[in-house]
Ligand binder design. Sequence first.
Ligand code: URP
Ligand code: ZN
Ligand code: ZN
Length: 448
Amino acid sequence: MIIIRNGVLITPEGRKETSLAVDGGRIVRIGPVEPGPGDQVYDAAGCYVYPGFIDGHTHLDLEVAGTVTADDFESGTRAAVCGGTTCVVDFATQYKGDTVLHALETWKKKAEGRSHANVAFHMAICDWNERTRTDLAALREAGVMSFKVYMAYDTALTDDQILEVLEAIKPLGGILGCHCENGALVTELQRQQLATGHTAPWAHPLSRPAEVEAEAINRFCYLGRLAGTPVNVVHLSTRLGLEEIRAARRRGQTVYVETCPQYLLLDESRYREPGFEGAKYVCSPPLRTKEDIEALRLAVLQGEIDTIATDHCSFRFRDQKQAGRDDFTKIPNGAPGIEHRLAVMMKIFGDDLDPAGYCRLMSENPAKLFGMYPRKGALLEGSDADICVWDPNVSWTIRAESMQQNVDYTPYEGMAVSGRPRFVFVNGTLAAKDGMPTEAMAGRYVRR
Ligand code: URP
Ligand code: ZN
Ligand code: ZN
């Protein structure tokens, strides 16, 4: 058995200063345990013991924008566990002409035998047709109950298609996430920026203003209302978008909301960094104003945000981001963050959020929303032994040179943070210690 003792457990019933025992990859006891011969004892003195954190929005090994993300499942999940995340929900992506079942098989192969963290998949539906509709039941059988559609990019579906997706997943108990940006407006605003000679990264946010997000969120909420299916607005970045969500909720609708640390910390002035440095922050939706950041922080504290994920989508600055040197629209969209979510969130919110609050936003709620609770997202007897022993007293500085993410920069470079995982267990196996990976590769596919 593995015994974790002397820590403060964050459980669904509240804090418990007691021990936790693990056997066969499961939590077998919460309460006093006497170690026997052969038991491995881990000291959690001064630490909080959390259920493993879940990152509900990652893009690993994704072919996009003529390249492939810098992190694959090996490096991405290695970085994840070192930061306290024991499960990622990545986006299996159906390319045009492909079936969703083939997309799932492709993504499972990418992750199989190469994952330090557990891996589940949302299905990004990018080719809606009769075959896709028919395959949804088999996809559900294969353990996929959450889906995503895009309103922008060449992966976008039309409104009527999104409505049909919402109707089709409803009897399956599915939930639909959406990339809410009006793609047609983005294309036109990009054209306008380029036509006036604005080719540098600072034109990126100008081509995707808050209205582009808010209008799309409004539309997505109404589509969800028409279908009567729960909707999940992913990577919310603006106050204007938040107001649309509030309005939909006031109408009585179930709308879930995700935001990401970058939208709670970094503002659009980053796009004005010297030279081409602004390209590091080119993600969509873009970084916003200080007022947006304030509004989103308040929404987190008021309980209006359900989950915090990273939208980790990494591209190297030295070569991949350079594709857009002369044209900001060609910069691959995305930024890294899978390793630093906990540390950055705790930097932002400190004691304004208590451990139960961090647990809810980054473990419990994603587990509930994405069909994994209480197997994951909770310290309970019988739950999977995905555990993060978090030491709040370690001070360190985020540096690209010493991180696990396989990319040559981090948007959080030089940031002094407090707190780091002392031990991270995945299915009862020690996956990381003091922020460094072990030899283990214990991640499994999570059928939901
Ligand atoms: O810029 C981003 N966020 N790229 C990843 C794909 C997406 O839109 O979520
Ligand atoms: Zn998106
Ligand atoms: Zn994304």
